[in-house]
Write a protein that binds this ligand. Structure first.
Ligand code: IFM
Length: 450
C-alpha cells in the first residue's frame, strides 16, 4: 500500500472554525460573527467567538501536529483579522498572528498550505454588496497581495477559495450559512461570477508577487458520482452525471471548474440557467482562467450511478439503513477512487484531496481516552480507494484529513466532531483521539499499514 515518495500527508482546519479571538487585537467582524449573533441561526446558538482558542493555543496545536507527524497543515486566513475593513488599512497584529503560526509550523517541519478564503468574509465588504459587487474581485486581489507580500518568503502552497459551491449555495441561495441570503438565482450566479473573477485575479497576484515559485490551486466540493460496476456504460454514465448540471443550484462541479480551467461556462449550465446568466464582460473569462498547479477536491461521500436505457444515467436506489456518519452523509469509500479519477481525466491537473474525514459521536471514555474506531475504519477504507486511483495512474499529490481538531461546524455549531484531536470546549483541553495515533502510523509507514 506504499504511497508515492513525497506524498503529502496533511490535515486541515479553517480560521473561523478554530481560532476564536473574534474581537481581539483589532480584528474586524466577519459575516460569520454577525450570523452567530442572531439567535436561532446556529445550532444551540453556538458561536466561533472562542472556538478551539487556537488564536492563543496555536503553539500547543502545532506541537500536536508535529507529534502526529503531519507533513503539511492546511490553514486559512481570516481576511477581517488582517484587513478589518476588508480593504485599506492592514492590521499588523492580525498579520503577526499568521507570521508566528507559519514560523511555528516550519520549525516543526510542517509545510503550510494557505487557503485565502474559507468563508469568513469581512462584514464591512458585505455591507458594500459583498460578492454581488463586481469590485469584490479587486478587493480579493488586494487582500491576496497583502498575504503574499507577508508570507510568500515561507509559504509556497496557496489555495484561493474553499468550496464556492457552499459559500454561494448555502450562503447566498438557501441562507443556511452566512451571510444568510436567499437570493434569486440570477443574483446567485452574479455572485458566483464575481467570485470566479476574484479567484482569477488572486492567482495573477500570487504568481506576480510571490517571492519563490508558488503552487496554486482551489478547493472545490467534489460532487462525486461512482460507477455502479465495471461495465463501460455504467462508468460513462457516472462520468456524465458527475459533469452534468441538472438543477438550478450550486451543487455541481462544472459551473465552478470549467471556467477556471477551460475558460468557459459549461454548455448544459448555460442552457439550463439561460434566463439567469450574469453579464460577462469582455476579458472576464480570460481573467478567470489562470494556470493552476493542482485541483483541490473536498470529498466526503458519493452517489452510485448506473446507465439507463436512453443512453443517460440514473441513481441506484438508496439502500435501506445505509452507513451514515454523524452528518448523515453516506459512507462511500469508492468516492476517493472515482472522484480523483474522473476529475483528473476531465481537467488534467494533479489531484490533492484537500478535505476528507468524518463527523463522529466522540467523547472522552471512562479510561480518559478518545476512542474513535469508526473514524479509523472510515479513513482506512477511503485511503485504500485513493491508493487505487493512484495505482490506476491518477497523479495525486497529497491528502488532507479533515480535520486536525474538532471545531465549529458552521450552522451545526459544535454538534458534530470532525477532529482527530478532541477538544473539550469548556476547558480548552486537547486529547489525541485513537485516530490521531493511527494517522501517525499511516504517515510513518507512508501508507504501508493500510
Ligand atoms: O467543516 C467543513 C469545512 O469547513 C468545509 N468543508 C466541509 C467540512 C465538513 O462539513
Amino acid at each position: 500500500m506504499s504511497f508515492p515518495a513525497n506524498f503529502i500527508w496533511g490535515a486541515g482546519a479553517s480560521s473561523y472554525q478554530i481560532e476564536g479571538g473574534a474581537q481581539e487585537d483589532g480584528k474586524g467582524p466577519s459575516i460569520w460573527d454577525i450570523m452567530c449573533r442572531q439567535p436561532g441561526n446556529i445550532w444551540s446558538d453556538d458561536t466561533g467567538n472562542i472556538a478551539c482558542d487556537h488564536y492563543h493555543k496555536y503553539e500547543e496545536d502545532v506541537r500536536l501536529m508535529g507529534r502526529i507527524g503531519l507533513k503539511a497543515y492546511r490553514l486559512s486566513i481570516s481576511w477581517p483579522r488582517v484587513i478589518p475593513g476588508g480593504t485599506g488599512k492592514v492590521n499588523d497584529k492580525g498579520l503577526e498572528f499568521y507570521d508566528r503560526l507559519i514560523d511555528s509550523l516550519l520549525k516543526n517541519n510542517i509545510e503550510p498550505w494557505v487557503t485565502l478564503f474559507h468563508w469568513d468574509y469581512p462584514y464591512a465588504l458585505y455591507c458594500r454588496g459583498g460578492w454581488l459587487n463586481r469590485d469584490s474581485a479587486d478587493w480579493f486581489a488586494e487582500y491576496t497581495q497583502v498575504m503574499v507580500d507577508k508570507l510568500s518568503d515561507r509559504v509556497s502552497h496557496w489555495i484561493t477559495q474553499n468550496e464556492p459551491q457552499c459559500f454561494l449555495g448555502l450562503g447566498h441561495q438557501t441562507g443556511e450559512h452566512a451571510p444568510g441570503l436567499k437570493l434569486g438565482f440570477p443574483d446567485v450566479l452574479l455572485a458566483a461570477h464575481h467570485s470566479l473573477l476574484a479567484h482569477g485575479k488572486s492567482v495573477q497576484v500570487i504568481r506576480s508577487h510571490a517571492k519563490s515559485r508558488p503552487l496554486v490551486g482551489i478547493a472545490h466540493v467534489g460532487v462525486v458520482k461512482m460507477s455502479s460496476g465495471d461495465q463501460l456504460d455504467d462508468r460513462e454514465a457516472a462520468r456524465k452525471s458527475m459533469f452534468s448540471i441538472t438543477a438550478r443550484n450550486c451543487w455541481n462541479n462544472t459551473w465552478f471548474a470549467d471556467p477556471i480551467i477551460f475558460g468557459q461556462y459549461p454548455e448544459d449550465g448555460i442552457q439550463l440557467f439561460e434566463k439567469d446568466l450574469p453579464r460577462i464582460t469582455d476579458g472576464d473569462m480570460t481573467t478567470i482562467c489562470q494556470p493552476l498547479d493542482f485541483y483541490g477536491a473536498n470529498i466526503y461521500t458519493g452517489q452510485i450511478i448506473r446507465a439507463s436505457n436512453n443512453d443517460s444515467f440514473e441513481s441506484e436506489t438508496q439502500l435501506v439503513g445505509p452507513a451514515l456518519t454523524a452528518m448523515e452523509w453516506e459512507v462511500s469509500p469508492e468516492a476517493l477512487y472515482w472522484g480523483p479519477r474522473f476529475l483528473y481525466e476531465r481537467y488534467g491537473l494533479p489531484i490533492v484531496i484537500t478535505e476528507n474525514g468524518m463527523a463522529n459521536c466522540d467523547w472522552i471514555h471512562a479510561d480518559g481516552k478518545a476512542h474513535d474506531p469508526q473514524r479509523i475504519d472510515f479513513l482506512s477504507r477511503y485511503l485504500r480507494e485513493y491508493k487505487r486511483a493512484i495505482d490506476a495512474g491518477v497523479p495525486c499529490m497529497g491528502y488532507f484529513l479533515w480535520s486536525i481538531m474538532d471545531n465549529f461546524e458552521w450552522a451545526q455549531g459544535y454538534k458534530q466532531r470532525f477532529g482527530i484531536i478532541y477538544i473539550d470546549y469548556a476547558t480548552g483541553r486537547r486529547t489525541m483521539k485513537d485516530s490521531a495515533y493511527w494517522y501517525h502510523n499511516v504517515i510513518k509507514s507512508n501508507g504501508e499499514i493500510l
